[in-house]
Design a protein around this ligand. Structure first.
Ligand SMILES: [Zn+2]
Length: 419
């Protein structure tokens, strides 16, 4: 079975009119009026197919379709409708509307699944107005205490709780309700699928992330009076370290990523040799062990360059997030769906944070990626091909049916055995 790709595309284009920016993107910050207009448009579609509407205690919006056995916990699809300031039309929105199209298609075909189905719009995924990101899903699974989320304020001092009340998004549906499984379709937000000319990314999990804070210290001296062989030049030493770490990661860790995103030169002046630099390293790898090996290698390289240049170096961990391994059964149902549909595909690891990474701590979870043009995301120019949008939703539909039927079958067998 396939979705109606045309209808999905029309929904995407309708949604893109809300909070549209001059350069073809969207601005719908979490719990802003625009965000609520987006949710209202989704509700119009939901009501046409009689989905029941609920809100939970952190403003996640839940659209529910009854199953044959409504006491079972639901199979859940979801993503987010909020965007970055001047963000794209597909990041998050795609997963929500692919889910809505699945609901519409099942209704059209008069199919009642064994489990109830839910489509969830997670509150504040982007973290652009209220930090941290992925707030709705983090609060749902209990990583973020509810009160802390409520008390979070934006730059104007307006709290999440005030906005939940003002926009009438606060409900009574309990957090941490059991889910049978969770599926999130999303644009890749990177260039890999497009580059490999592959339609579907079968996502196996999310990569581990390690943030290091580095301090390098040499000696401040006059740019005009200090001969080259008398210098303890912190800038040049730091530059050497950066290049060496990058080279090492490229050569020894083919799946590793390293980024040097921040650098503060203390008392910087164009005619003084810098004495003290604070900088950051962001290391990522799909496997925790390999990430640890990258950390060890980084320490070794930094220390050896510090010795050569006569510098002091201090390295400290700022944050570590272990890798996420998605549920094998869920991943298998996606692979099965892709094979049934005959779409080109490859395994892939999520490089970005997603609500699914939080929900994976709560229930069997996986994701489905589609290519995005030029790998662009968090950008007004973010775009996808019509065919890819349809294919991703086809996979979502069939993966969910596969999961539902597998479990329905095993439940019926158990019931039969009990009799
Ligand atoms: Zn997203």
């Amino acid at each position: 079975m396939r979705v109606n790709a045309e209808r999905l595309w029309q929904m995407l284009m309708e949604m893109a009119k809300i909070g549209a920016t001059d350069k073809g993107g969207n601005t719908r910050l979490a719990l802003s009026d625009q965000d609520i207009f987006g949710r209202s448009l989704l509700l119009e579609w939901a009501r046409k197919i009689n989905l029941s509407v609920h809100y939970d205690e952190i403003g996640n919006l839940i659209l529910r379709r009854s199953g044959q056995n409504d006491t079972e916990s639901p199979i859940v699809m979801g993503s987010h409708l909020d965007t970055q300031p001047k963000g794209g039309r597909f990041d998050g929105i795609y997963g929500v509307l692919a889910g809505m199209e699945v609901m519409q298609r099942l209704t059209e075909e008069n199919i009642t699944t064994y489990h109830p189905l839910e489509l969830i719009v997670w509150m504040n995924e982007e973290g652009a107005r209220f930090t941290p990101a992925m707030m709705g899903s983090a609060t749902f699974v209990g990583i973020l205490p509810k009160q802390q989320a409520y008390d979070t304020t934006d730059k104007k001092g307006v709290s999440v709780y005030q906005e939940l009340i003002r926009t009438q998004q606060l409900g009574k549906y309990p957090l941490a309700r059991p889910f049978q499984a969770y599926y999130e379709a999303h644009i890749e937000q990177g260039p890999v699928l497009e580059n490999n000319q592959v339609a579907i990314g079968v996502v196996s999990g999310g990569q581990a992330i390690l943030w290091l804070d580095i301090e390098t210290r040499g000696k401040a001296a006059h740019a005009g009076t200090t001969p080259m062989n008398f210098r303890k030049d912190t800038m040049v030493g730091t530059a050497e370290m950066i290049v060496a770490v990058e080279q090492h990661i490229i050569e020894k860790f083919p799946q590793g990523l390293v980024t040097f995103g921040e650098m503060q030169v203390a008392n910087s002046s164009r005619n003084t040799i810098p004495e003290h630099i604070q900088w950051t390293i962001d290391l990522r790898h799909p496997e925790d062990d390999m990430l640890m090996a990258m950390e060890v290698a980084t320490h070794k390289l930094l220390n050896s360059f510090a010795v050569q240049r006569g510098l002091e170096v201090r390295i400290s961990r700022h944050w570590f997030s272990p890798s996420t391994c998605f549920d094998q059964v869920c991943v298998a149902t996606v692979q099965e769906a892709v094979d049934q549909l005959g779409y080109s595909n490859q395994p892939i690891v999520s490089g970005a944070g997603h609500d699914a990474i939080n929900i994976a701590k709560h229930c069997p979870t996986t994701m489905i990626f589609i290519p995005c043009i030029g790998g662009l995301s968090h950008n007004e120019a973010e775009d996808v091909h019509f065919n890819d949008a349809g294919r991703g939703a086809d996979v979502l539909l069939n993966a969910i049916l596969n999961y539902d039927q597998k479990y329905a079958r095993s439940m019926r067998q158990k019931q039969a055995e009990a009799i």
